[in-house]
Design a protein around this ligand. Structure first.
Ligand code: NAD
Length: 302
């Protein structure tokens, strides 16, 4: 059987390891990224790198995009010089970037109009999950198109959830991350309140982790050092999931809340808190470091 060609556009923190895992699984992976360092790292891990996105998709039956924003995806897709025009008819375009639901729907429509198939497939699991090939993929698009690429996606994923039609994967992603942003602030406020009441971190953790306060922000990504030794708090809040990425997802959630007239007051407050934090002291830190900001503001009486 001839080797299947998969194009990967965007060889950054996430796309790089995903492409490497596909190459290791025996696919012919052709990659493109405008940043030379990303290309060099990919070549060292078995990816053939070409000088343009158009060349990358020319012989591919599956095109994975892992780009910073919806604008990047639409720009890459569109126009006479875009990748939709360059790909063979019937190519499956799988966008794994985190982008707005509206952009995901628009991207899928562009792909369908150009005679291709399309899925939105945002991921959760971070760089660790991308390296390990255990990402959770949230899929929007048709079951038939998903079945066509399932073996490819299973290389990068530990769990695939088909969420519905185009845009449903992105919808699931931003709803989940809105819960995450809100719950991290809630857990952090509870730890700071506990500190000020003379309660030890461990005592609060031992109670809340087995009581109704239990959540991922507490039991996996615990914002204070000690109770969960693998959480970023134990390594000076090195990400993990960096605060600017949490802010990005909360903004996408608020954009969706606005466009659907959804009452999401706590989500909006979480977005405001992460706007301050991600542009200020949290710029390079894991999103759980928001606990430090809450503590600092409590001490200064702000
Ligand atoms: P990154 O900035 O490390 O990588 C993005 C790459 O895309 C960069 O190398 C950039 O040069 C490249 N790029 C930009 N325009 C391009 C184009 N036209 N063609 C090809 N490549 C292009 O970002 P990342 O951390 O890999 O994140 C990628 C996406 O995954 C984002 O949408 C992000 O929100 C999402 N995501 C990230 C994480 C995470 O933990 N890093 C987790 C889940 C989802």
């Amino acid at each position: 059987m001839s080797q299947q060609t998969v194009a990967v556009l965007g060889l950054g923190n996430m796309g790089g390891p995903m492409a490497a895992n596909l190459a290791a699984a025996g696919y012919h992976v052709v990659g493109y990224d405008p940043v030379p360092a990303a290309n060099e790292a990919a070549v060292a891990r078995g990816v053939e790198v070409v000088p343009s996105a158009v060349e990358a998709v020319a012989d591919a039956s599956v095109v994975i995009t892992m780009l910073p924003s919806g604008g990047h995806v639409i720009d890459a897709y569109k126009g006479p010089d875009g990748i939709l025009a360059a790909a063979a008819p019937g190519t499956v375009f799988v966008d794994c970037s985190t982008i707005a639901v509206e952009d995901a729907r628009a991207a899928a429509e562009l792909a369908h109009e150009a005679g291709h198939r399309a899925l939105d497939a945002p991921v959760s699991g971070g760089v660790g999950g991308a390296e390990a090939g255990t990402l959770t993929l949230m899929i929007g698009g048709s079951e038939t198109d998903l079945d066509a690429v399932r073996p490819v996606l299973e290389v990068v994923s530990g769990r695939l959830v088909h969420c519905g039609e185009s845009g449903a994967g992105q919808a699931a992603k931003i709803c989940n991350n809105m819960i995450l942003g809100i719950s991290m602030i809630a857990v952090s406020e509870a730890f700071v309140l506990g500190e000020r009441l003379g309660l030890s971190h461990q005592a609060l953790f031992d109670v809340a982790s087995t009581a109704s306060g239990q959540c991922w922000a507490l039991t996996t990504n615990c914002p204070v050092p000690g109770p969960v030794p693998t959480s970023p708090a134990n390594r000076d809040y090195q990400p993990g999931f960096a605060s600017p990425l949490m802010l990005k997802d909360l903004k996408l959630a608020m954009q969706a809340a606005d466009s659907t007239s959804t009452e999401a007051r706590i989500g909006a407050l979480a977005a405001a808190i992460y706007t301050d934090f991600a542009f200020g002291p949290g710029r390079e830190l894991d999103f759980s470091a928001v606990v430090q900001d809450i503590r600092d503001r409590s001490q200064s009486g702000d």
